[in-house]
Write a protein that binds this ligand. Structure first.
Ligand SMILES: *Cc1c(COP(=O)(O)O)cnc(C)c1O
Length: 349
């Protein structure tokens, strides 16, 4: 029978299957969402845009771009915005890669990477993490060939938590050809407390082939509105913008992101609260005998291997995220974190 068939590559891309839904949202520790409501003033300023939904949004994301430019000292032509930084990454890979091209990235890392690489027909070159759950940067440099177009660096790494050190990144960059684009995904930047950590902004100032990805989904708590962006040289930014779907970021989302930038003091307070909970949870897990890596994000990693699914079932009705190598648990409110620690303590090891 004749039927319209999508490209073969689609058969290798997993359909999105939502995890078992948490019985209530406060128990959802599976998506690295922010447990706090939107920052003060955000709902009001976003709502003020709703009456104009008969109009297309500003495609240039002008005011938000100017605000971020002022904060970073870069000009607005360094910023490309999308519906989450994931969509900016998809556009970037679309713009840089096709069949036969290779993209090097660490693994286990962010679930969206293989899909974003495979969709334009490029080849995923996955480099296993080192034993300490960090990027193996020397092995990633070894994996670069003349077919490599892009390298993805995730710091802190989702789902394991450690950062890439600036010194290690510099040593890595010495081995990366200037023609290879290096993406530094900083989705969890605001939660980093390691002074030796790589700074995407500094890397961008130093290397012409670096692209930094950032998002309003995590620390800023705007996951539901979908705003993320890249920072890169204007030539690179222009190519990414061409590959992005037009009018992606609604004016509601643009206004919410701008209002969030205006709530700096409250943002710092909330991020500090999550960081201090993260450190408390890590210490408590270690007291229980768990071997957990340091995390500089809003989640912790339990390297449980084959027992990951069993653990996820054990902690239910808390909803956590099992992978073949371990379980990722998002830091939530103190009460929910305590409930998680209780369940972790009673898991037979
Ligand atoms: C959450 C996340 C993102 C961004 O997600 P968006 O909601 O699309 O902005 C990007 N990279 C990593 C590693 C993440 O965990």
């Amino acid at each position: 029978m004749l039927e319209p068939l999508p490209r073969q590559v689609l058969a290798t891309i997993p359909a999105y299957r939502p995890g078992r839904p948490a019985s209530d949202e406060s128990r959802k520790l599976s998506s690295n969402e922010n447990p706090f409501p939107p920052l003060p003033g955000v709902v009001e300023r976003a709502a003020a845009e709703l009456g104009r939904m008969n109009r297309y949004p500003d495609p240039g994301v002008t005011v938000l771009g100017e605000a971020l430019a002022a904060r970073t000292g870069l000009s607005p032509d360094h910023f490309a915005f999308g519906t989450g930084s994931v969509s900016v990454l998809f556009a970037l890979l679309d713009a840089w890669c096709g069949p036969g091209d290779e993209v090097v990235y660490p693994w286990r890392s962010f679930e969206a990477y293989p899909i974003a690489v495979d969709l334009p027909g490029a080849t995923s070159v996955r480099v296993p993490l080192a034993a300490d759950h960090r990027h193996d940067l020397p092995a990633m440099a070894d994996a670069i060939t003349e077919r490599t177009k892009v390298v993805l660096v995730c710091t802190p790494n989702n789902p394991t938590g450690p950062v890439v050190a600036a010194a290690d990144f510099d040593a890595f960059m010495e081995r990366v050809p200037a023609s290879v684009l290096v993406v530094v995904d900083e989705a969890y930047l605001e939660f980093v407390r390691d002074p030796a950590a790589l700074s995407g902004a500094e890397a961008l100032a130093r290397y012409a082939n670096v692209v930094v990805l950032r998002t309003f989904s995590k620390a800023y708590g705007l996951a539901g509105l979908r705003v993320g962006y890249s920072m890169a040289r204007p030539e690179i930014t222009e190519a990414i913008r061409k590959a992005l779907p037009p009018f992606g970021v609604s004016d509601v989302a643009q206004a919410a992101a701008l209002a969030s930038l205006d709530a700096d003091a409250e943002l710092t307070e909330r991020v500090d609260a999550i960081v201090s909970e993260r450190e408390r949870v890590l210490a408590a897990l270690r007291d229980q005998g768990w071997d957990v890596p340091d995390s500089h994000a809003n989640f912790v990693w339990l390297p449980l291997g084959e027992r990951s699914t069993e653990f996820a079932e054990h902690v239910w009705p808390l909803s956590v995220r099992p992978f073949p190598e371990g379980v990722r648990v998002t830091i939530a409110t103190p009460e929910i974190n305590d409930a998680f620690l209780d369940r972790a303590a009673s898991f037979a090891r």
